[in-house]
Design a protein. Structure first.
Length: 184
């Protein structure tokens, strides 16, 4: 078995990322997003969307995948320029999703570290993440030092929701997490 690792995503990863994307949305968002929306998520449609997105990485979004010892993509994360207007934070973590069976093994920590290093490499020292307030995974960001910055209402899939922003003013400590060994 090869060692598990994190690497930049390639267009060929689109279908595997889409599988993790749809699976994690269906396990994370029941009771938060409408059931109808979750039932209708299509891995094939997301594979097409990811294929397009991964072909446009130079527009600012960069995506990483976590690959386990069998060579399977078990996690992904994306970052890039901040899309909202929180001053002093040039970067944003857009997404971070770890497949159910791989959660709790350090993938989230290492992916956040890889994104922090990536933003530092392009001269961005600080970043935010927006997370649905009702998503219990937001404690992950608190555990990793994110400071609660702001809340905003959003409409998504016909639901009225609230997002919370967490921020890191210094990505250097976070970037060191990329080197953490996987658990287990
Ligand atoms: C949230 C998520 C990315 C965390 O990744 P992970 O690989 O499971 O987490 P890690 O194993 O790297 O854990 C890192 C630390 O965060 C803590 N942590 C992880 N999830 C947590 C949670 N839901 N609540 C509290 N702490 C959490 C871990 O206990 C660990 O703490 P430690 O340093 O004391 O050991 C992952 O569980 C996930 O994909 N969840 C579902 C999708 C989701 O909600 N994504 C975020 C959308 S904004």
């Amino acid at each position: 078995m090869a060692a598990s690792h994190i690497r930049p995503a390639l267009p060929v990863d689109a279908a595997a990322i889409a599988r993790v994307h749809v699976e994690t949305w269906r396990t994370t968002y029941p009771g938060i997003l409408p059931d109808r929306y979750l039932v209708n998520l299509s891995p094939a449609a997301y594979a097409r969307r990811w294929s397009v997105l991964l072909g446009q990485e130079r527009r600012g979004r960069r995506t990483f995948v976590g690959v386990d010892g069998r060579g399977d993509v078990v996690a992904f994360a994306s970052c890039g320029p901040q899309r909202t207007a929180l001053s002093g934070y040039g970067g944003e973590f857009y997404a971070i999703y770890v497949a159910g069976e791989a959660q709790g093994q350090g993938w989230g920590r290492r992916l956040l570290g890889a994104m922090a290093q990536d933003l530092l490499d392009v001269g961005v020292p600080a970043a935010v993440v927006w997370v649905l307030r009702d998503n219990p995974s937001r404690w992950f960001y608190e555990r990793l030092g994110g400071q609660r910055l702001a809340e905003q209402p959003i409409s998504f899939a016909g639901a009225r929701l609230t997002e919370t922003a967490y921020g890191w003013t210094d990505l250097i400590p976070l970037s060191r997490l990329a080197a953490d060994p996987p658990v287990g």
